[in-house]
Design a protein around this ligand. Structure first.
Ligand SMILES: *[C@@H]1O[C@H](CO)[C@@H](O)[C@H](O)[C@H]1NC(C)=O
Ligand SMILES: *[C@@H]1O[C@H](CO)[C@@H](O)[C@H](O)[C@H]1NC(C)=O
Ligand SMILES: *[C@@H]1O[C@H](CO)[C@@H](O)[C@H](O)[C@H]1NC(C)=O
Ligand SMILES: *[C@@H]1O[C@H](CO)[C@@H](O)[C@H](O)[C@H]1NC(C)=O
Ligand SMILES: *[C@@H]1O[C@H](CO)[C@@H](O)[C@H](O)[C@H]1NC(C)=O
Ligand SMILES: *[C@@H]1O[C@H](CO)[C@@H](O)[C@H](O)[C@H]1NC(C)=O
Length: 673
């Protein structure tokens, strides 16, 4: 009995020790938190609930610490005391003057007292001064968010950096402020932009590693920390009992430094902040120096701006696309088809290799599932090594293509730009490309004639829509079996429409204007570079021949599909050109129609080619195909474009530089494969 009581007491004792050691708190705004915080010098809690460390006054210092000291050393386990783990997250805003740069910065701080007497402003951020800087007796650990170039030569010229500091303003690690979603790419983040930024600081007492992560508030926490994990043994820095909080300072340059929300824990992850409750600071301007008349003007300007912002806000809310803190240029806000990078990143499991469903000259295509609605999409990642100029025009065009809707098109759902990458989001089409089904040796299933006939009719309908039925004429420019995707009902859907035309704006490449794929290029294209609906019809004709014959347009320099069909035709044995894999299981009338229509569409003379509307009438037996003699002289059919001096359909030779984008595509870049 006594031993039970003893055990219970022991348990309670240990429980209390553990309790006493672990600290956890959260401030979603600081309204009513005056007692919980120890404020020093310039720091105040504003009525709105903002913790303001400094205003825009020169040489100001502000400190704000959690009032209760925190047990930071664990003496229980080993002989030498070990610093305890902790996690913290907070949202800050640094609002600099409207003109010029602000200063200096703020720092998350572990310090032995809530006041740091003697500490200096400017570069010292209210933590150190010129005599004690670097002295181990400071017992200060800080993570600085500094906007002025100072002690760290490594940081960029503008000084916009984050650093880990131990007893000194000389950082043990520092990085230009940016946030990253994967190892290869990062986006700069201007600390003093005035926009709220969320930071996470994690210290692991076991591995003695610290990591610092930042991103614009509202974005998901980046997977990659900005700094770390970096080895810093805090056991040698902290005292038994420490205070945790913030310090900030101004100098000749001034900014308002705000903490908007903060949580901290020595026992697990920091409690997540409720971002919707945080009292975000307005980007107020320094008004003290303005004369009254100026104030009036500014006030009216402000109200106009406020009104504009309100309208913009309502518009965005209406579109349910409000992404407040993704750094967007104004024009981008008006693009309903713009996707969040984070969503595409999540959808494709971080652009994981295993999610790649196609690779081509542009980049890779990933399969993904949108987190918002669970829809499957294909995300095409076009990598450009030089920045895309005229991107605005480019996206305007994509925006308009995003409105195209037809059952025989692979609909473009939207886009996203990220640094030099352009991401295009398409419907996901499960059955791969027509080229894959026609030519793949792995594929044992042979497309039946019925399926093939249905597919070419579908593609004709899709092309007609692009050429004639939509509000603008859209020239596809890259019609080919590799760009035809087959959906679950075995209907053909044309992908990548209009995209080729976009490349032509010179936005992505400065090389030749000829766009398309060898074997599908109408002869006049190679002469003039002028694409037209008629050159699309030419490529469609080649597609018809591919489907009927089951062969690629150019297999070797000795086999050009169209020439071979012409020869059969001239021998009066056109049906011999039919795909042997079909084992003669086709409707003779239809096969003959498709072969002859293929020749007609791929006529050397643009004028001789039918329009898509006529093509559909032929395919539906509404009109009779003109007799074979009407094709013109066979010689004119046999003019080989210079282009065709190629080794195989997958290799370009000759004078066309392969740019980073590759205007001339020899491989299929299938949106949904
Ligand atoms: C802060 O608290 C005061 C009363 O204590 C209240 O009047 C005020 O509205 C609160 N502000 C916010 C932003 O919640
Ligand atoms: C620096 O700070 C220490 C206290 O930490 C103080 O004793 C000293 O006088 C200060 N030095 C200067 C130059 O202000
Ligand atoms: C560090 O500070 C302590 C006390 O403030 C002082 O005695 C010591 O000389 C300083 N050390 C250095 C290297 O400046
Ligand atoms: C701790 O940081 C060091 C580098 O400072 C790194 O090599 C090590 O892998 C990190 N450990 C963990 C657990 O992250
Ligand atoms: C801090 O949070 C990370 C995850 O965010 C977690 O893995 C780690 O265990 C936490 N550290 C502590 C001391 O709880
Ligand atoms: C965040 O705060 C809002 C407003 O106070 C509240 O409606 C919401 O439930 C909170 N969310 C969480 C996760 O606590």
């Amino acid at each position: 009995m006594a031993s039970t009581i003893y055990l219970v007491l022991m348990f309670l004792f240990f429980y209390m020790i553990v309790e006493a050691r672990s600290v956890e708190f959260i401030f979603n705004g600081f309204n009513g938190s005056e007692k919980a915080l120890s404020l020093d010098r310039a720091s105040i809690i504003k009525p709105t609930g903002l913790l303001r460390l400094t205003s825009k006054t020169q040489n100001a210092i502000g400190h704000a610490f959690y009032s209760e000291p925190i047990q930071m050393l664990d003496r229980s386990s080993s002989s030498s005391p070990n610093a305890l783990s902790f996690n913290t997250t907070f949202v800050f805003q640094i609002v600099s003057p409207s003109e010029g740069k602000g200063g200096y910065g703020l720092a998350f701080t572990l310090a032995p007292s809530t006041q740091l007497p003697g500490a200096a402003a400017e570069h010292y951020l209210g933590l150190f001064n010129s005599t004690n800087n670097g002295n181990r007796s400071n017992h200060i650990f800080a993570v600085e968010f500094d906007t002025v170039n100072g002690f760290n030569e490594k940081s960029d010229s503008e000084g916009n950096h984050v650093g880990i500091n131990v007893n000194s303003m000389q950082s043990v690690a520092s990085e230009t402020a940016s946030f990253r979603y994967d190892a290869s790419r990062s986006e700069d983040l201007k600390l003093e932009s005035g926009n709220p930024i969320q930071a996470w600081i994690e210290y692991d007492g076991e591995t003695k590693n610290v990591s610092v992560t930042i991103c614009p508030m509202g974005e998901d926490k980046p997977i990659q920390p900005l700094i770390g994990p970096h080895h810093v043994d805090l056991s040698e820095v902290v005292k038994e009992s420490m205070y945790v909080g913030f310090s900030a300072s101004t100098g000749k340059k001034t900014s308002s430094h705000y903490i908007v929300g903060w949580s901290f824990s020595t026992n697990g992850a920091a409690p997540p902040l409720n971002l919707s409750e945080l009292p975000i600071a307005p980007h107020e301007k320094n008004s003290s120096s303005f004369r009254p008349s100026v104030i009036a003007i500014i006030a009216s300007l402000c109200s106009v701006t406020t009104l504009l912002f309100a309208i913009l806000f309502l518009l965005m809310v209406y579109r349910r696309k409000w992404r407040p803190f993704e750094a967007l240029e104004n024009w981008e806000l008006e693009c309903p088809h713009r996707f969040r990078y984070q969503d595409l990143y999540t959808a494709t499991k971080g652009f994981k290799k295993s999610e790649i469903i196609g690779v081509g000259g542009f980049g890779a295509v990933y399969k993904g599932r949108l987190p918002s609605n669970g829809n499957e999409v294909a995300v095409k990642k076009i990598m450009t090594h030089n920045s895309i100029q005229g991107l605005r025009e480019f996206t305007a065009e994509i925006e308009s293509l995003g409105r195209l809707r037809h059952k025989n098109l692979v609909n473009l759902q939207g886009w996203c730009k990220r640094n030099n990458d352009l991401l295009l989001v398409y419907d996901y089409i499960p059955n791969g490309s027509l080229a894959g089904l026609l030519f793949s040796r792995r594929n044992n299933t042979v497309l039946s004639w019925e399926q093939r006939f249905n597919i070419v009719k579908g593609i004709a309908a899709g092309l007609l829509y692009l050429h004639e039925e939509w509000e603008q004429v859209v020239i596809h420019r890259d019609v080919k079996s590799g760009n035809v995707l087959i959906d679950a009902e075995m209907n053909g859907r044309l992908g990548d429409f209009g995209l080729a035309r976009l490349y032509d704006h010179g936005t992505l490449s400065h090389t030749t204007n000829i766009v398309g794929t060898i074997g599908y290029l109408a002869p006049e294209l190679t002469r003039t570079g002028q694409a037209s609906t008629s050159s699309d019809v030419y490529a469609y004709g080649i597609l018809l021949l591919e489907v009927a014959c089951g062969r690629k347009p150019v297999e070797t320099s000795n086999f050009i599909l169209i020439e071979s069909v012409i020869e059969y035709h001239q021998m009066g044995r056109i049906l011999d050109a039919a795909d042997p894999k079909l084992n003669s299981a086709f409707e003779v009338k239809e096969m003959e129609l498709v072969l002859r229509l293929g020749l007609l569409c791929s006529h050397q003379k643009p004028k001789a080619r039918p329009a898509m509307r006529e093509v559909i009438r032929y395919l539906n037996w509404e009109d009779e195909l003109p007799a074979i003699d009407d094709f013109g002289s066979s010689d004119s059919l046999r003019v080989r474009p210079k282009f065709m001096e190629v080794v195989s359909s997958d290799t370009i030779t000759g004078s066309y530089p392969s740019s980073s984008i590759g205007n001339i595509t020899t491989d299929s870049m299938d949106a949904g494969r």
